[in-house]
Design a protein. Structure first.
Length: 423
């Protein structure tokens, strides 16, 4: 279906409110990008999200948006805490898929002689691939502790430095009720913690090539020519199972809601229901799993550098700059039409981007805003940005979750040679 878009400015396009829509849709994209976005069902999905109850301001799609399950990937929606609800399709199957960056005091010349050994050691330490089990095997009962505590568990177990949690979104922990997750989810998760998985997930050794704002970079401890490590992964099969379990429950329990939605994939648990509360607790368990997952990978990456370079991780300056999630639902307060309102913010393929002065930004970064991590596609650059006040007004403090891609993975496999990727 070809849908008429209203151009607000060079970077903002509006889907006018019509039919079942409670608010307009807003797409943030250049003219070149908007033409590519029209190539799938993203615009229709952005329109459909606008039909959810209690939605405020706009149904939002960010520059790297593309078609997803229910919501577009790159979608943001804020639903009223009492009149709205939680939609798993607005959070995604890989709950708390996210990105972490670790800085070092190393340069390219420091690690170039050791690159192959470093990569081999990291690959050996951190299993990757579909269904791969990790080197840490927990029983179902042992898994409950990291699910409930998040990175607090990793600190207690020696997998995290004492300072690490303060540089993670939510300090890497959302206290959660583990009774809300199924045995099937526990079974899938107990052997996958500490693994990257497949798809676009990775552990990558990076070099800072350009600095665009020296003052902000200095606050983040980043400088040109510095070696960093970026980690991109989420909650693996555990999060997928949590999402699947609650989608089925909501479809069965709220069949009357399904029949009224423009797309059944937008099924939600209404605010105030037991199902809404239970899904939120289970989602937090999956978020905690993902933070612990990235923490274990951080621990084993530090060990790899120690072994190969021959210095302690502390001496190598391997501090976490930040860790941010981009598939999650949060209870937040936002100023809307002059009033502070409590809302369920859905960010699916969308990164939190909070401004200078915000209490949820680590104290050492508060004067410049939250670090925002934008991973590139394979072979392209990643970016470290910082949150702004404008993001709070325009997108509920959210921005893109990746540099985007112009071709599918299958298409790239057909057209890109392995030698080029290695370069």
């Amino acid at each position: 279906m070809v849908m008429e878009l209203k151009k607000i400015n060079d970077m903002v396009w509006e889907i006018p409110k019509e039919g079942q829509m409670n608010v307009p849709g807003r797409i943030f994209a250049s003219e070149k990008l908007i033409e590519k976005i029209k190539g799938d069902n993203t615009i229709e999905q952005t329109k459909n999200v606008a039909a959810l109850p209690g939605i405020y301001k706009y149904s939002i799609a960010l520059p790297d948006c593309h078609q997803g399950y229910g919501f577009p990937i790159g979608g943001v929606a804020a639903l009223d805490y009492e009149k709205g609800g939680l939609s798993p399709g607005g959070i995604g199957f890989d709950i708390n898929c996210g990105v972490r960056i670790i800085r070092t005091n190393l340069t390219l010349s420091d690690i170039k002689p050791h690159l192959k050994e470093l990569l081999d050691t990291i690959f050996k330490n951190i299993p990757s691939g579909v269904g791969r089990a990790g080197k840490l095997r927990l029983s179902k009962s042992e898994l409950l502790e990291p699910l409930a505590k998040g990175v607090k568990w990793a600190v207690e177990q020696g997998y995290a430095w004492k300072e690490d949690p303060k540089f993670l979104e939510e300090n890497g922990s959302m206290l959660a009720d583990t009774d809300t997750v199924s045995d099937k989810a526990l079974k899938r998760g107990k052997e996958q913690i500490g693994t990257t998985g497949a798809g676009n997930h990775f552990v990558e050794i990076q070099l800072i090539k350009d600095i665009f704002n020296e003052d902000v970079a200095k606050v983040f401890g980043l400088e040109k020519g510095q070696v960093c490590i970026m980690i991109h992964t989420g909650s693996r099969g555990f999060g997928h199972q949590v999402c699947t379990d609650y989608l089925r429950e909501m479809e069965n329990k709220f069949n009357d809601i399904v029949s009224k939605l423009p797309d059944r994939e937008l099924i939600y648990a209404p605010a105030g229901t037991d199902t809404c509360a239970e899904y939120y607790e289970a989602m937090k368990c999956a978020a905690n799993f993902a933070w612990c997952n990235r923490q274990l990978i951080t621990h084993w990456t530090r060990e790899a550098f120690q072994k190969v370079i021959g210095q302690s991780a502390e001496d190598l300056g391997m501090h976490i700059v930040y860790d941010v999630c981009h598939n999650i639902g949060k209870v937040e307060k936002h100023k809307i039409d002059g009033q502070t309102r409590k809302v369920y913010v859905h960010r699916k393929g969308a990164t939190r981007s909070f401004p200078p002065g915000h209490e949820d930004v680590p104290a050492v970064y508060r004067k410049v805003g939250q670090p925002v991590l934008i991973p590139g596609s394979m072979g392209t650059a990643s970016y470290v940005l910082h949150g702004t006040k404008e993001a709070m007004n325009l997108t509920f403090g959210s921005t893109a979750h990746g540099a985007g891609r112009i071709s599918s993975r299958a298409q790239m496999l057909r057209t890109t040679r392995g030698e080029k990727v290695k370069e």
